[in-house]
Design a protein around this ligand. Structure first.
Ligand SMILES: [Zn+2]
Ligand SMILES: [Zn+2]
Length: 86
């Protein structure tokens, strides 16, 4: 189950440890946090900053214009669907 408060705390600690450089394109200005594991559904994920990395979100990267986290998010959703069939 998602816990909004814990998720925000987790995002903040990811930024604190890794800064604002997007781990997907390598440019600064990340506004979002990407899950290293494609599944956000394990409740453990939001207790450890090492499960996330900074990434560009809906506003996109100011340098290369890619919405890094969304590009990866599509793949993660496909993975999740396959996983649910198990
Ligand atoms: Zn990026
Ligand atoms: Zn970029």
């Amino acid at each position: 189950m998602r816990n909004g408060h814990r998720y925000r705390e987790w995002r903040r600690s990811v930024f604190r440890h890794y800064g604002r450089v997007c781990h997907l394109c390598g440019h600064a200005g990340a506004t979002d946090v990407d899950h290293l594991k494609p599944h956000a559904h394990f409740h453990d994920d939001h207790t450890d900053y090492r499960t996330g990395r900074p990434a560009h979100g809906v506003q996109g990267c100011p340098v290369c214009k890619v919405k890094c986290n969304q590009v990866r998010g599509d793949q993660a959703m496909q993975d999740a669907h396959e996983r649910e069939l198990d």
